[in-house]
Design a protein around this ligand. Sequence first.
Ligand SMILES: Cc1ncc(COP(=O)(O)O)c(C=O)c1O
Length: 388
Amino acid sequence: MKGIRPYARRLESIEPFRVVEVLTRARELEREGRDIIHLGAGEPDFATAPPIIEAGRASLARGETYYTEAGGIPQLREAVSTYYQSQYRLTIDPRRIMITPGASGALLLLSALLINPGEGMLMTDPGYPCNRQFLQLVGGEGQLVSVSGEQNYQLTPELIASHWSHNTVGALVASPANPTGAVLDREALANLATAVARRQGFLVVDEIYHGLSFGVNTPSVLEVDDNAFVINSFSKYFGMTGWRLGWLVAPESAIPGLEKLAQNLFISMSTMAQHAALAGFDPATRRILDQRRDVFAARRDYLYPALKSLGFGLGAAPEGAFYIYADITRFSDDSQQFCSSMLESHGIALTPGADFGRYRASEHVRFSYTTGMERIEEAVGRMRKVLN
Ligand SMILES: Cc1ncc(COP(=O)(O)O)c(C=O)c1O
């Protein structure tokens, strides 16, 4: 690299998203003719529901190929507002809703809005890995709080009290969470909101897995705290990962700043995707999406006890999302090695705990039940042979 300047130092503190690396290796093995069972990737295996695809096609046919408003087309902001009314009995002014390029775009906007260089936000370890990278990018830091099954893998007022430091400006939680599927109930959300408000902090709740919960209520934090920031997405329940569309809800005072940032960072989201997403709220589409949620529930109901019987250490059954975070200490003390051997020797793609933080990461792997039941049964069969 003689004569070329080095790339920016910030890259040294950004970690790779290993699940993507697992997927790349799995695809390589498939090209070599191997039969790989995908329990790694964090996206629904179902293709986007037909009415949404149709709406996207119709939008293109109408020639809707231009930039839109930076905060999203008004119809979609209205539709999301109506959704809050029907799902949560909440009246949210559409002006407080911004459409974003996925929850990822919302995380980037909120990191830029809330964090000064040198400041940080509390977040769980294990947790969604990209959060702390977004904070790094704006000169901040993710302040990781080790959590286990004892705290339902979530932050608590006690943990907030013991970890809040001079440069902490808020807390970021997800419910249901990735990689644990742990859900915060209304009381837990209210307690968190009180603990953060007491410190004049920002509370950000990532509600991306709402709609994918099994027999439990997943309240929005907005039911207990109108000042909270909410992140959501069309990726998971709405099954639109590849369309790159999400949203956030913010207090009115934050919207001018967020719009300014969105104008500069994105100009607008995919126009076709926004028109397609409108169809996601139609009752006929919702029926398809709810049926898919029930399929995820059935997979969890099979995989959770099956993993337990194989000897994986499991906390309480995950109540949402499509993940099981499993302790592998009966088999190995090196989850990276365990995942590598599962993939290379047995054709099962899993995600090592190191993707989600540091706390007991080498003792855990994440299973994503985002493949058909037959394939999940096949994976359990393969594991039974090698682990027993
Ligand atoms: C907790 C959580 N937040 C945010 C995202 C980003 O999702 P997207 O940008 O596709 O909306 C993911 C993706 O897996 C996630 O698990």
